[in-house]
Design a protein around this ligand. Structure first.
Ligand code: ADP
Ligand code: 5GP
Length: 189
């Protein structure tokens, strides 16, 4: 079939692999792509804005949303809970645009069960050493949070084979072009 259909893209990969950076760069080139804003119980980092980066909510509010079925999926990731809101997915897909969910591996596999046509994209760092350098360089994590994220990275990388496509984020421009090509190819097919 020719033409462009709205698709659900799920982007995962270890913390520090460059998901946020790549998604922002691809959206500059493909501004019609929507991005869901997840809810989380973690504290905002410097510069993060409630309702833009995440909906930052309390543990209690998160539990209420779980009980009321407000999440497409949710998971405990590192040391906090994160979830994709049904309202975000429905309103953004209804607008007729493709949508990116930037979520962890557990969430990605749950989304695939619920939406079998979702396209799962795994972003990999060139190595664990580079991953560590990037996370340290980002300067957002405490020593404790850094070590949890690095320990979890090894486990997350084992899920890469379950994804439809993998992108190694070594050279940023090359990885951006690769990701943009993947998304537009799936939109046309
Ligand atoms: P994630 O969203 O996967 O946790 P980020 O997008 O925050 O990762 O990237 C982690 C850090 O690595 C950031 O400081 C970002 O600027 C940097 N970074 C991302 N991609 C590259 C790349 N290809 N080369 C060098 N640094 C990168
Ligand atoms: P961070 O704290 O670095 O923003 O995100 C930590 C991890 O949580 C990342 O792997 C990110 O993809 C994941 N994450 C963010 N939002 C969601 C969500 O709604 N659901 C799930 N399952 N994971 C999420």
């Amino acid at each position: 079939m020719s033409g462009v259909d709205s698709k659900l893209f799920v982007i995962s990969g270890p913390s520090g692999a460059g998901k946020g950076t790549l998604v922002a760069r691809v959206r500059e080139r493909m501004p019609e792509l929507g991005l869901t804003v997840s809810a989380t119980t973690r504290e905002p980092r410097a510069g993060e804005v409630d309702g833009v980066n995440y909906y930052f909510i309390s543990e209690e509010a998160f539990s209420t949303k779980v009980e009321q079925g407000e999440f497409v999926e949710w998971a405990q990731v590192h040391d906090h809970r994160y979830g994709t809101l049904v309202s975000e997915v429905e309103s953004k897909l209804a607008a007729g645009h493709s949508l990116i969910l930037e979520i962890d591996v557990q969430g990605a596999l749950n989304v695939k069960k619920r939406f079998p046509d979702a396209v799962l994209v795994f972003i990999e760092p060139p190595s664990l050493e580079v991953l560590e350098q990037r996370l340290v360089g980002r300067g957002t994590e405490s020593a404790e949070s850094l070590s949890i994220r690095l320990a979890n990275a090894r486990h997350e990388l084992e899920f890469a084979d379950a994804y439809d496509v993998r992108v190694v984020n070594d050279d940023l421009e090359q990885a951006t072009r690769e990701l943009a090509t993947i998304l537009s190819t799936y939109e046309r097919n």
